[in-house]
Design a protein around this ligand. Structure first.
Ligand code: UDX
Length: 441
């Protein structure tokens, strides 16, 4: 049996920090590396620099074992590790829909410079297909150990908010490899995960890169599909909520990712479908995924339509009106505001002259930094005080549990836009609220 490898995790954001912590908890010796000394210091002192349920407890546990430490030094990581996971971000470029590979390129180059013995570099970041092939060559050229260092691709499918479960017990693992040694090393690096019976699909590098973007494109398509149906419902008086429930009984369709509303955001889905479209065009097969532009378009229209509904409830003009925005994060159980539909809607309303007061259970600090022009409440009721319209933008459980009568007592007018189909219209209407939701009469 291959001996247990020592692991390094390069990039300690949502993906890398979770991966490093979970691997240490599962028994591996792990070094987490980041260029940001503040992040490294926080993690080393037991503080998770972002909101992820269950992760702070696991970080404490991992640090206690002495198996996990953090550093800014790639030289230290290179000397220590047998398997190096690349978990840095690949955001959208500022000047185009393509993925920005700066961090992947710089971390791999810098790591490779210090690799003086046999090791496996494993890409986890989401990259345009073809990147792994290029990086494999780069490593061979740069690493002192030359072709003793191999590259594998192991895409990550974790969802924020469920990151710990998705890492400890993923629904599948994909190992993109070019040798049986690389496959053995990966199996050794994930022994406790695989022991639970998690299925593994072994592929070449290109297929492994593609699995990730193909999965995210499919999920985005499902969400935009039901939101496109919502547009049809709006034109006909039909109810997309009932429509989605009726579709979900068909096992071939299924109910997951078929929740209509304000649409998708976050650090993955929006930029991944754009980068995929861009890459397919570069490869001369843009037509094959041309529909992803529509998917993106449907998704952004949801934000505009939500703004329209608020304007409608303000009798056609929001300027000077007080709007309570419940939610800022791109989804519940996260403090992530990257491409968050909620903040997009709030900021648009503010630009139109509304006095917008935001409240989110976890994303307040991030939201305030990015949108200092918005007002902020200390809780949902505080944000709703004297509001002309309340608009629910992120479906946190605590918002679902709001009592319509209690909130009705503090608002200026009982008008509600339920951007996430999270509330019960019967209950809210019974409490005297005018309830509106996209795609519902
Ligand atoms: C996603 C993928 O699910 C994950 O596998 C991948 O690794 C990273 O990208 P994440 O960005 O954490 O994960 O969020 P996810 O739970 O997929 O939700 C994405 C967005 O879609 C959110 O804004 C959510 O509110 C929205 N959504 C989701 C809907 O609007 N309707 C749905 O039915 C489901």
């Amino acid at each position: 049996m291959t001996k247990t490898p020592r692991l390094t995790v390069i990039g300690t954001g949502y993906l890398g920090a979770t991966h490093a912590i979970c691997m240490a908890v599962m028994g591996y010796e792990v070094i987490g590396v980041d260029v940001d000394p503040v992040k490294v210091a926080k993690l080393a002192s037991g503080e998770v620099p972002f909101f992820e349920p269950g992760l702070p407890e696991l970080l404490a546990k991992a640090l206690e074992t002495g198996r996990l430490r953090f550093t800014t030094s790639l030289a230290e990581a290179a000397a220590f590790g047998d398997v190096h996971f690349i978990c840095v971000g690949t955001p959208q470029r500022k000047d185009s829909p393509a993925a920005d590979l700066t961090y992947v390129d710089s971390s791999v180059t810098e790591l490779a410079r210090h690799l003086t013995r046999r090791a496996l570099v494993v890409g986890k970041s989401t990259v345009p297909v073809g990147t792994a092939g290029r990086l494999a060559q780069l490593i061979r050229d740069v690493a002192p150990a030359g072709d003793q260092v191999e590259l594998a691709w192991n895409p990550e499918f974790l969802r924020e908010g469920f990151a710990v479960d998705d890492t400890m017990k993923p629904d599948r693992m994909v190992f993109g490899v070019t040798s049986s040694w690389a496959e053995e090393m990966l199996r050794a690096a994930f022994r406790p995960v695989l022991a639970q019976g998690v299925p593994v699909k072994v592929t070449d590098l290109q297929t492994a890169e593609l699995v990730k973007v193909a999965a995210n494109s499919f999920l985005a398509t499902k969400i935009s599909y039901i939101n496109a149906m919502a547009e049809i419902c709006e034109a006909t008086g039909a109810d997309v909520h009932d429509l989605a429930e009726a579709l979900a009984y068909d096992e071939r369709i299924g109910g997951k990712f078929l929740r209509p509303g304000l649409g998708f955001g976050g650090g993955c889905l929006p930029k991944d479908i754009r980068a995929f479209t861009h890459r397919a065009e570069e490869l001369g097969v843009g037509q094959a995924v041309g529909f992803l532009r529509e998917i993106d378009g449907i998704n952004t229209r949801r934000r505009a339509r939500t703004v329209d509904l608020v304007v409608e409830l303000c009798d056609g003009d929001v300027s000077g009106k007080r709007v309570a925005a419940l939610g800022a994060a791109f989804k519940p159980n996260s403090d992530d505001i990257r491409d968050a539909p909620a903040l997009d809607v709030a900021a648009t309303l503010a630009r139109m002259g509304a006095d917008v007061i935001v409240y989110d259970p976890a994303a307040m600090d991030n939201a305030k930094k990015q949108h200092p022009e918005l007002g902020y409440g200390v809780n949902a009721l505080d944000a709703a005080r004297d509001a002309d319209v309340v608009v629910l933008l992120t479906e946190w459980t605590e918002f679902r549990e709001i009592d319509p009568a209690t909130m009705g007592a503090v608002v200026g007018r009982r008008k509600l836009v339920d951007g996430r189909h999270a509330l019960d219209p019967v209950q809210w209407r019974a409490a005297g609220w005018e309830y509106r939701a996209l795609g519902r009469p």
